[in-house]
Design a protein around this ligand. Structure first.
Ligand SMILES: C[S@@+](CC[C@H](N)C(=O)[O-])C[C@H]1O[C@@H](n2cnc3c(N)ncnc32)[C@H](O)[C@@H]1O
Length: 196
């Protein structure tokens, strides 16, 4: 089994599960700047559990995660993340509210012939415009946020940053880019949203 270490966290990786990449590291570092001890945290689409594991290794928080892939959910559990295997928010109990909700969605525009086989496709396939999962996320997320709670969303310049900011505004979130990193063919950004 491959295990990586980052900022006090040890994280097991697994086949058919998204390997933490530049996006995961940018999101984990940004989350650490905002997450304080005592907060309630939710991560949607935790994958290996990397971002959640980095937060838990450095902050005294209550954290749960969701994940659609059974293989990723199993991997995240091996990293001591409390994971509900479900589609986005579906398996959460009514009335659960969080200070911070984090999502590194599948954000790449993906055509039919670019899909990859198996559960790993859920990590990459952002639909034709890269925003397939952002719309349902934005439609539901306010139901799970505490007053003044924040969302942290990782996307790429290929996803359409202006379009995502507009989608967030449409759902009543004041949003801005709080971190970015240029990679070879894209710029990764973390958008922070607060319900107005
Ligand atoms: C880009 S990967 C990010 C994984 C991990 N959070 C990280 O940053 O390394 C996206 C993850 O979201 C999961 N996912 C995709 N759609 C989902 C959905 N509707 N509900 C829950 N998880 C989902 C995928 O299976 C994948 O593990």
């Amino acid at each position: 089994m491959v295990t990586i270490e980052y900022r006090n966290a040890r994280v097991n990786l697994a086949d058919q599960v998204y390997d933490p990449a530049e996006d995961s590291y940018l999101l984990a570092d940004t989350a650490l700047e905002l997450v304080k001890d005592g907060m309630n945290i939710l991560e949607i689409g935790t994958g290996s559990g990397f971002v959640s594991a980095v937060i838990k290794a450095n902050r005294d928080v209550r954290l749960i995660a969701t994940e659609i892939s059974p293989l990723a959910a199993e991997c995240a559990r091996s990293n001591n993340i409390d994971v509900i295997r479900t589609d986005m928010f579906a398996g959460l109990k009514n009335g659960q509210h969080f200070d911070v909700i984090i999502f590194n969605p599948p954000y790449l525009p993906t055509s039919e012939d670019e899909k990859v086989p198996g559960w790993l496709n859920y990590a990459f396939d952002g639909g034709v415009d890269g925003r397939k999962d952002i719309k349902p996320f934005m439609e539901q997320v306010h139901n799970y946020l505490k007053p003044h709670g924040i969302i942290l969303l990782l996307i790429s310049s290929l996803t359409g940053i202006d379009e995502v900011l507009e989608e967030m505004r449409h759902h009543g979130f004041a949003s801005n880019t709080i971190a970015s990193k240029k990679c070879s063919f894209e710029e990764l950004v973390v958008i922070k949203g607060i319900k107005e």
